[in-house]
Design a protein around this ligand. Structure first.
Ligand code: UD1
Ligand code: UDP
Length: 397
């Protein structure tokens, strides 16, 4: 006689399976990833994408404050991210007070709706600080990605240094990109058990972009390739720091005018940040110069392509200080202080402030002295190997 289990046996297994699945799903950790600006989106895209690989462990939702709009949407589109919540907060020329208040109020409603176990914020923006404060008020735990960077001067970068310090005070878990960021946190009395050194997720994002660029068909890149050509050296410029508004930007523009005159064969390409405090002086002072091209902010892959094509990068950006060294490009940073000392110590990044004499002198040396140039790009990236997001998500499993 054939021994076959009765149908009720299979039914039992099925019921158990469904029950366990439901039970497991109910036990999933609720994760809310929040960001609002272009650089946060670039650096959090790998983290969000890593979380959603594990739907059986995490219920993950994405919230954008849209502190930035067009510049944020460019990144969402490249990484294929669809936010569950969009606060749509950007206003032309927004002030920090109103923005901070609106982020806190907007996120309160979302925390109450989703009731996350953890909210993940990034870096030093007003979105990150206000989202952390709102989470604290709601009893939601905060995990801070890119924690521990410091200048210890609250006016530089303004207001980011204090945004980052305050987020650090609130956070329950600190993902420090480097050992020196961890050392800062320890020196401030943060419990070592709550700090993980992961590398910077900017490298994860950069590797994703470089991989996609191998097969990526993009009109913006094709256009860039056409007008950049193949033989000219490119100086890539970006700038948007609040502490450089006014005098600083006038000095930066005057430096570019001098370089453009001294090196007519140099192609100076400047994707101009949409902040009106940047647009106004830059277009007023630089428009019409034949070898200075003022262009719209580029999509992330197009910008990565342009960084790879550049000979020198001149910037006041935070993220570009990390990407440039990974692409073996000399980066001149238009700040007096940086919260990212690693690449400065390695020699790939140099602080030039906004002084015209210094900026022009450094660019001149890099263009004229090939040994000086080679020494500056000798050491590559100190910011990670591209698996930071994996390490961050592992902490929650
Ligand atoms: C913000 C962050 C800064 C980050 C930078 C990245 C704060 C206080 N500042 O500075 O840390 O380094 O983003 O770029 O969090 N605008 C647009 N469209 C956009 C984005 C901006 O029109 O997509 C214009 C708007 O007029 C807006 C203004 O730029 O009011 C300023 O935006 P805001 O986010 O306040 O400051 P950022 O200088 O962009
Ligand atoms: N970036 C971009 N398009 C541009 C300029 C910059 O995608 O036209 C990217 C760049 O690769 C980096 C990030 O934006 O990852 C840096 O943003 P930003 O300089 O605005 O902010 P910060 O890093 O200073 O906070």
């Amino acid at each position: 006689m054939e021994l076959r289990p009765k149908p009720s046996f299979y039914r039992g297994i099925l019921i158990k399976f469904v029950y366990l699945q439901t039970f497991n799903f109910a036990l999933r950790k609720k994760i809310l990833v929040v960001f609002g600006t272009r650089p946060e989106a670039i650096k959090m895209a790998p983290v969000y994408k890593q979380f959603i690989l594990y739907p059986e462990i995490f219920e993950t939702r994405l919230c954008v404050t849209a502190q930035h709009r067009q510049m944020l949407d460019q990144v969402l589109s490249f990484f294929g991210l669809n936010p569950d919540y969009d606060l749509d907060l950007m206003k032309q020329g927004q002030n920090l007070h109103e923005l901070t208040a609106n982020v806190i109020i907007g996120l309160k409603a979302i925390y109450e709706d989703f009731n996350p176990d953890y909210v993940l914020v990034h870096g030093d923006t007003t979105t990150s600080f206000a989202a952390s404060l709102a989470a604290f008020y709601c009893g939601v735990k905060v995990a801070h990605v890119e924690a521990g960077l410091r200048t210890y001067n609250k006016m530089a970068p303004f207001p980011e240094e204090l945004n980052r310090q305050l987020t650090g005070r609130i956070a329950d878990i600190h993902f420090a990109p480097t050992e020196s960021a961890k050392a800062n946190l320890l020196s401030e009395g943060i419990n070592a058990k709550t700090i993980e050194v992961t590398g910077n997720t900017v490298i994860d994002a950069l590797f994703m972009a470089l991989e996609q660029l191998k097969t990526y068909e993009d009109e913006e890149i094709k256009k860039l390739q056409k007008f950049v050509g193949s033989n000219k050296k490119v100086l890539l410029v970006t700038g948007h720091r609040r502490e450089n508004f006014g005098e600083g930007f006038i000095e930066i523009c005057n430096s570019l005018l001098q370089i453009a005159n001294e090196f007519p064969d140099l192609d100076i390409i400047y994707p101009v940040h949409l902040n009106p405090n940047v647009q106004q002086p830059v277009f007023e002072l630089l428009q019409g110069q034949s070898n200075i091209r003022l262009i719209h902010p580029l999509s992330y892959p197009a910008f990565v392509w342009l960084m790879s094509r550049a000979y020198i990068i001149l910037t006041d950006s935070g993220g570009i200080q990390e990407e440039g060294p990974s692409l073996r490009k000399p980066v001149l940073v238009m700040r007096d202080l940086t919260e990212r000392p690693e690449a400065v110590e390695a020699g790939t990044v140099k602080l030039v402030g906004t002084n015209k004499l210094i900026i022009v002198d450094e660019i001149r040396k890099l263009l004229k002295d090939s040994d000086y140039y080679a020494a500056m790009i000798a050491i590559s990236n100190p910011y990670g190997t591209g698996n930071a997001a994996e390490q961050i998500v592992a902490k929650f499993k």
